[in-house]
Design a binder for this molecule. Sequence first.
Ligand code: SAH
Length: 399
Amino acid sequence: MLRHLMYKIKSTGPITVAEYMKEVLTNPAKGYYMHRDMLGEKGDFITSPEISQIFGELLGIWFISEWMATGKNVAFQLVELGPGRGTLMGDILRVFSQLGSVLKNCDISIHLVEVSQNLSELQALTLTEAKIPLEQNPESLVYMKGVTKSGLPISWYRDLQDVPKGYSFFLAHEFFDVLPVHKFQKTPQGWREVLIDIDPQVSGKLRFVLAPCVTPAQAFLQHDEIRDHVEVCPDAGVIIQELSERIALTGGAALIADYGHDGTKTDTFRGFCGHELHDVLIAPGTADLTADVDFSYLRRMAQGKVASLGPTEQQTFLKNMGIDVRLKVLFNKSDEPSVRQQLLQGYDMLMNPQKMGERFNFFALLPHERLHGRSHHINACQSRPSASPVAGFGELAWQ
Ligand code: SAH
């Protein structure tokens, strides 16, 4: 990867941080995400669904609760972006099976957006019924198809654009943080983009430099930006626009969870290897690269087509979803001390403000009618029908 990047820089000049991130993470031949399982204790980082089954179960409840609040459509697609090992989807589908009586007669299909062949195979192993062979077609936009353990159709795509348009619920957990960011620095000459170049002093080393003049990506900066260092993720903007258009057109919702900020942080681009911070420019392709999600940018990119909720801290969201009740049920169900201890440790990791409780945030996109009632169907002198609160952002209330 380092040789490839140096060759690229030698032939066309310094590259943007976004180009670097994209090459390092998803280059088809050597990209970090393409050929390994980086999740879990033996990997480079661990995510909430890998820590506790309760996380996925509560998210499953969220989708059912939104499906109920919006009129129990006869069918929906559940679409996950960047499903990792498939653990989160597995926990959600288990809840769907357990609440089969609620969802009966609803036609559900599962759609996964995943660029990594290796991870898509792991996802299939976790989620599909082994007795039914997978249909694979690398040339097709739907590169893999199968049937889940609970009998639902499941399909894999490389791009959200290729997922059929239709009433859908979308989920993205720790997905937006791996999308490439451009970095900018305020200088006496105005904004300059941070680029990556070959270090002339040390052989085989890369270094950050500032672009000598204005670069095209500068168009993404806000005119009233007050920070002196900014990261912008145009790919996240494109995905949010696509999600917003789909939700405005057909209904449904998107739930996005990630670490991030509301337009306040500056320099968050970093690497992780073996659960330790890793210099982003050293041994590219061997460590995860990530940048905090700027939720204010996501909100702006929705362009008012849909309503947004959040960012709300993970501890608040999970509390509202009833994590304490679920913990109690699971705790009382097992008298195995190691299982009980694991449940408590998992809860602490997800909820403790010093661990994941504050750093991770939930953000949702919803049709305007979901929050304000169907205002266009009633005349001005009638009061609006009150919409039920959105679970997680308010307390979960089963209707
Ligand atoms: N959601 C999972 C995994 C997070 S890791 C969890 O929380 O455990 C990020 C995931 O996004 C991986 O599955 C990775 O292969 C996928 N990914 C990264 N870049 C992507 C892209 N541009 N398009 C689709 N998937 C991508």
